[in-house]
Design a binder for this molecule. Structure first.
Ligand SMILES: *Cc1c(COP(=O)(O)O)cnc(C)c1O
Length: 434
């Protein structure tokens, strides 16, 4: 086996990491090279263990190397690893679609697979656009998104994004969209009043804007968004790539406000964080708008090579089974409450912390603004890493996104490490542990 130093040097010679300034990456301390994982811990090539405080970028649900999911993927390997869904079908894709529809907000009936959250969003945007064109309203080409929105990094998803730092440079490449003030249904209503007849759909991250730094929508907002869309005959796309699969305490965030979108995007947690798979769920009304004879040209001309990959579908089925078998959502409520208590007592009280925001197992800790707050957030994550936890900054916000399976004991450790890292990095005092 190669040493960590050898691997790190080969990494620096050839890899280009996502969302990473490589100049910093190559001059900093050695990167952690993950060797294996167990439950909610990652182990590096030197044998050090780390709490996975961001569930491997918000997607691990039941822990790493979960026996049920491992077994499902292994069993599927003995059948077929991949076959196309163009002109063929297979049992894992069929069974997963049935299961998704059974747990999705009532009214969603069709599952279109893809392989990343961004692709699931592209699919939803194209479906909305084409649906209107085929209904004889081709002038509905626009989309309304929310300020600070994040829907992925492909160009269509960037066009409905609202994070200046990530998105503004690409404007010349993008179709236009209107931005509504997040959480302000009145403003959305005004926009639709003015432009509604040219709008195909409104797209939102229900309840929590994740990449924006865990910004919480006011209660009832999602419901008002659905009403505004209905009032103007506009479609609603809910991007549940981050919030879906139990993150907010319900299987889907929409279910907190009894909203059914016309299109719903899932990704990240869908396979329990095992394999790349995403899906766009549609109502029968949307689906029927695409039916016709071949010569009618109503086909949805979209599909990825690995659409509905059988291994990924098997992992997703096992993930959903595990929700039932381990009563994951039931057990989550008291753990989310514990997390809230720990954060209130140990983190919110720190002088370096401006605000702690939480919904279920989505946490954003906003640091007090100061000239170099992004640097501070980075220092915090490096300090946490040295203490044995992987957490990530988003601008001046520290994100905690533990797997839903994280034990109470590890939640306590995660918050304690985070509190100490913030206190040390912001020179604030650390209050006595509670
Ligand atoms: C992560 C994310 C995406 C993009 O998913 P990828 O799998 O990274 O392409 C889209 N929407 C939301 C809300 C996300 O959090």
């Amino acid at each position: 086996m190669r040493t960590t130093a050898e691997l790190a040097s080969a990494d620096r010679a050839h890899l280009w990491h996502p969302f990473t300034q490589q100049q910093g990456w190559c001059s900093e301390e050695l990167p952690i090279v993950v060797d294996h994982a167990e439950g909610t811990h990652l182990y590096d090539t030197d044998g050090n263990s780390y709490l996975d405080g961001v569930s491997s970028l918000w997607c691990n649900v039941h822990g790493h190397r979960h026996p049920t999911i491992d077994a499902a993927v292994r069993a599927q390997l003995d059948r077929v690893a991949h076959c196309t869904m163009l002109g063929l079908s297979h049992e894992p894709a069929i069974e997963l679609a049935e299961r998704l529809i059974a747990i999705a907000p009532a009214g969603l009936r069709r599952v279109f697979y893809s392989d990343s959250g961004s692709a699931a969003v592209e699919v939803a945007l194209k479906m909305a656009f084409q649906w209107w064109a085929q209904r004889g309203e081709p002038q509905r080409t626009g989309f309304v998104c929310l300020e600070n929105a994040y829907h992925g990094d492909t160009l269509g998803a960037v066009a409905v994004g609202g994070i200046e730092q990530f998105h503004s440079l690409y404007r010349p490449l993008l179709f236009e969209s209107w931005q509504a003030r997040a959480g302000d249904a009145g403003h959305l209503s005004e926009l639709l009043e003015r432009h509604g007849d040219r709008v195909a759909a409104v797209i939102v991250e229900p309840l929590v804007q994740g990449a924006a730094g865990m910004l919480m929508a006011p209660e009832g907002y999602l419901h008002r968004v659905r009403e505004c869309c209905d009032a103007h005959g506009v479609l609603l796309i809910c991007d549940e790539v981050a919030t879906g699969l139990g993150r907010t305490g319900r299987m889907f965030a929409c279910q907190h406000e009894e909203v059914t979108p016309d299109l719903l995007c899932v990704g990240k947690g869908l396979t329990g964080g095992y394999l790349p798979l995403a899906a766009t769920l549609a109502t029968e009304r949307i689906y029927e708008g695409f039916l016709g004879a071949a010569e009618d040209q109503r086909t949805f001309f979209h599909g990825h090579t690995y659409t509905g990959n059988p291994l990924a579908c098997a992992a997703a089925i096992a993930t959903l089974e595990t929700f039932e078998r381990e009563r994951t959502l039931e057990l989550l409520a008291p753990k989310a409450q514990l997390l809230a208590d720990l954060l209130a007592h140990q983190v919110a009280v720190l002088p370096g912390v401006a605000e702690v925001r939480q919904r279920g197992f989505m946490v954003g800790i906003e640091l007090t603004a100061r000239p170099s707050h992004e640097q501070t957030a980075r220092r915090v994550t490096l300090a946490a890493r040295r203490a044995g936890a992987i957490i990530r900054p988003l601008g001046d916000v520290i994100v905690l996104m533990p797997a839903l399976a994280m034990s109470e004991r590890d939640l306590r450790r995660l918050v304690a490490i985070t509190a100490t890292a913030i206190a040390d990095s912001t020179h604030g005092r650390l209050p006595a542990a509670v």
